[in-house]
Ligand binder design. Structure first.
Ligand code: ADP
Ligand code: ZN
Length: 527
């Protein structure tokens, strides 16, 4: 694959003869043409859209080597193997190589023996590497996962900031930055930080119409997940995301007991265990991977039929990227998420406790708020997701809220009761409690703590006995999501925010999404 001047090769030829595809997809042809002619490009394309070819083909067609910068060291070898399998001369240069191998690749670079070489950002910015590259004939730089350069993004990496040196140091080499997760803000920031002001921008539609988005309330998430698999995805390949390694392990074990071919995947497993899990998922049919979000970056399996989240993702970007791994083949696929009150409490606490600047935490909170708003919306999920990425569409007809429009109900009075209970406890007794105890007080349900603290003497004791515990939890979750209350301290005690004032004073009506089980169990006892 060394198209010298005597064998002119076109992008179309390479697409057909090397990669075995007939047609370019979406913006691919235009992007490839632009970069092959030496132009800079910023490419926003959803996961599975076909970003790799956008730099691989120009790298093959252009004289010199294409240098690909990617943060995913673990996947580089796979990418190199896949390219070599179709006859492309590729290599990677990263910390997994021994000194001998490094020297061989470096020599190959100087001798113009490669079409593509993958590098991690931290290596690229080393003086030694830059000096080496000065002696190499470079056809282009491709900056993959370019959102990592944006601090606004959900996946910021310091090393990426160093990539701005490329513009000044190699002014004649075209650069193409690619990402699947770009809001307006991220897009602007990455363009600026990579000094790509003169680049052409290619923004694909982010819609994945074959993915059905569904977000449901959590009540025994494992069982809900198993029901989904059994009734709709029996024998299908899928990915189940959990927040912690422990939950990954427990969920995988439990699913196996139910007869699902599930494997666990997280950073705490040995390299060989992870490789084996990944291999089975890719090569065998109907394997379900239960994983932390460490799994999936760069994994290309077209027939993943469902992606399930058992814990709330931290941002819409993350959610979109993870769900985007479903249905890359264009056939129907399900993105299913179960979330509950505990998720909100836990994620808020993780942000509060996290290291880093207050600005950073502020950004994390905005990301979570947007994710919660998506969960609690009564509008089309797809409209909300795409609006987040700056795209307007009509309601999609292929998400849970389109298919089963949720009823909303006037929750002003119950919420006033709840807010009063929190205020009374705090003001009259200086006590703060988490959602569980507040709900028991409202429902007049005795427990050890209500006896110990004589909660049954409170005027708010039992004033919410007309609603089930599940309904109350849904109310707490939703007003927590909307910022009417928040949690504090190690145990997630509930406190009011300024937004609670107008509701308590009866100046505002509050409509909430109906919980599916909201049939009121007992007749209201009145106040
Ligand atoms: P992304 O990096 O945008 O997530 P990939 O580059 O991994 O997407 O491509 C996703 C899948 O689509 C891969 O299996 C790839 O081989 C395939 N693909 C890409 N372009 C084309 C095309 N023009 N025709 C057919 N398949 C394609
Ligand atoms: Zn919809």
């Amino acid at each position: 694959m060394n198209p010298g001047p005597e064998t002119p090769t076109t992008p179309q030829d390479v697409l057909r003869t090397t990669f075995g595809y007939e047609h370019f997809r979406g913006d691919q042809a235009e992007i490839i043409d632009h970069v092959t002619r030496g132009g800079d490009a910023v490419v926003l394309m959803p996961t599975g859209g076909g970003k790799s070819l956008c730099y691989q083909i120009p790298a093959i067609v252009r004289e010199g080597v294409g240098i690909v910068i990617s943060p995913l060291i673990a996947l580089m070898q796979d990418q190199v193997d896949a390219l070599e399998a179709v006859g492309v001369r590729a290599a990677c240069l990263n910390s997994t190589l021994g000194p001998e191998e490094v020297r061989a690749v470096e020599q190959g670079l100087v001798n113009n023996e490669y079409d593509l070489v993958y590098l991690a950002p931290e290596r690229l910015v080393q003086a030694r590497t830059l000096d080496l590259l000065d002696r190499v004939r470079i056809g282009l730089f491709a900056i993959d996962e370019a959102h990592c350069v944006a601090q606004w993004g959900h996946d910021f990496r310091k090393d990426y900031l160093g990539l701005s040196v490329l513009a000044g140091r190699f002014p004649r080499v075209p650069r193409i930055a690619l990402t699947a997760t770009a809001t307006e803000a991220t897009h602007r920031e990455l363009t600026q930080n990579l000094e790509l002001d003169g680049a052409r921008h290619f923004v694909s539609s982010f819609d994945r119409p074959n993915i059905q988005y569904r977000i449901t309330e959590k009540n025994n998430a494992r069982q809900q997940l198993f029901d989904l698999i059994r009734t709709e995805h029996d024998g299908d390949a899928g990915i189940v995301y959990c927040l912690s390694r422990k939950r990954v392990e427990q969920t995988a074990t439990w699913l196996r007991k139910q007869g699902v071919d599930a494997v666990a995947y997280h950073a705490g497993l040995s390299e060989s265990e992870r490789a084996e899990g990944q291999r089975r998922f890719l090569r065998e049919d109907g394997v379900v991977v239960v994983a932390t979000i460490a799994f999936g970056m760069g994994i290309d399996k077209p027939d993943v039929r469902f992606v399930a989240h058992l814990d709330l993702p931290k941002s819409i970007e993350g959610y979109y990227q993870e769900t985007g791994r479903a249905g890359r083949d264009g056939l129907p696929a399900t993105a299913w998420l179960a979330y509950g009150l505990q998720d909100v409490v836990q994620l808020r606490r993780m942000i509060d406790d996290s290291e880093g600047s207050e600005d950073f935490r502020w950004i994390q909170r905005r990301h979570l708020d947007a994710m919660l708003a998506l969960c609690e919306t009564t509008d089309c999920r797809r409209v909300q997701i795409l609006r987040y990425f700056g795209q307007e569409i009509e309601p999609c007809g292929n998400c849970d809220t389109c298919l089963n429009p949720p009823a909303s109900w006037d929750a002003t009075v119950p919420v006033q009761k709840l807010l009063s209970a929190i205020v009374r406890l705090d003001r009259e007794r200086g006590q703060r409690f988490g959602a569980g105890q507040i709900i028991d007080i409202l429902r007049g349900k005795e427990n050890d703590r209500s006896t110990q603290y004589r909660h049954d003497e409170l005027t708010v004791w039992g004033i919410g006995a007309d609603m089930s515990e599940v309904s109350w939890r849904a109310v707490v979750r939703q007003i927590l999501a909307r910022g009417i209350i928040s949690t504090t301290g190690e145990f997630g005690a509930l406190v009011l925010t300024p937004a609670a004032g107008p509701i308590l004073r009866g100046e505002e009506t509050l409509m909430l999404r109906s919980a599916p089980d909201r049939p009121v169990t007992k007749k209201s006892r009145g106040r």
